[in-house]
Write a protein that binds this ligand. Sequence first.
Ligand SMILES: [Zn+2]
Length: 365
Amino acid sequence: MAAELHQTIFMAKQERHKNLFLNYKNLSMFPVELLKDEGLQFLERLYMKRNSLTTLPDNLAQKLPNLIELYLHSNNIVIIPEAIGNLARLQSLDLSNNALQLLCPEIGRLRSLRHLRLSNNQLKCLPPEIGDLQDLETLDVAVNQLASLPERLHRCPSLQNLTADHNLLSHVPRQLCWLRRLNQLSMAANRLTFLPLDLGRSRELQFVFVDNNVNLKGLPSYLYNKVIGCSGCGVSSFVAERDMGEALGEALAGLPAEVKVIGSQADNVVPLEELALRTLHRLYHRRPAGLSLPPPISLPKSLLDLLQFPLGHCHRCSQAMFTTVYPKLFPLRDTALAGVHRRTTVSFVAYCCSSHCLRTFNLQG
Ligand SMILES: [Zn+2]
């Protein structure tokens, strides 16, 4: 085996190969032949899945400076060295099915990285520096022990596919709703209890999988007409038999705590605080670009932040909402999606700005 390995690497060096296949070689150490002399300067793709590696060499970037893809699926890698950040051309890194407990912040220096696969490890957190990966399109962190995702992920403008199934996530950072290119979000089998109201507002987001989050109540109605996986979430199937008020109460349990619901169908007046914020919001968004608000409207930062990113928008009239929403529940079996998904235990919750919009909002219309 050793002689065969030596020969393979010797040939690759001699003939300036761009691809090297070292899968299933029973390697417990990174082959020294790859790192001798000036290394393999021409190598672009290295395949080393299903070996027994436990770490990577410090001088990897020095000896294999032109690596574009590195496949290390199914080894026993516990730690990757900080020097990984020097692989300036690396676009694809697969570390799935290893024994990683920590990921070094230097991963954020891989500025060419487009696909990062970390599923089936033992990660408890991700470094916020992942948010520095401007070209990142795929991030797979399924089957780890993550309790949260870094909020800075929203700084990855190219992210299209985020998979975080089978973790311990209790919430989806609201900032992820701002990822304009996100097409698929998969968070099945976590501990989600609610989803951000804005989730699905982006047209690009077409696939949302939140199956097996047993305490998840309802779904933002922006997800209506998108492909959703949601068995094991949502309000109970007895909704129709019970009075609507009780069902609403159950749906509301899934709303973020900061949403102060005081609206009901009987309310005709929107609270003063909400009206003030909506008025300021209109003013703030009509002003010429680049101008700050005139002195009478200098606001504390918390209010400015709220103005910038409302809790949601009325599903009927698109009015921004800040402190109050009027929720309306649509059991899935009453919608067009019932036939598509054959799951009837889920309800869509629409959010309206006023009792008027609440009365007139209809999913079919
Ligand atoms: Zn409205």
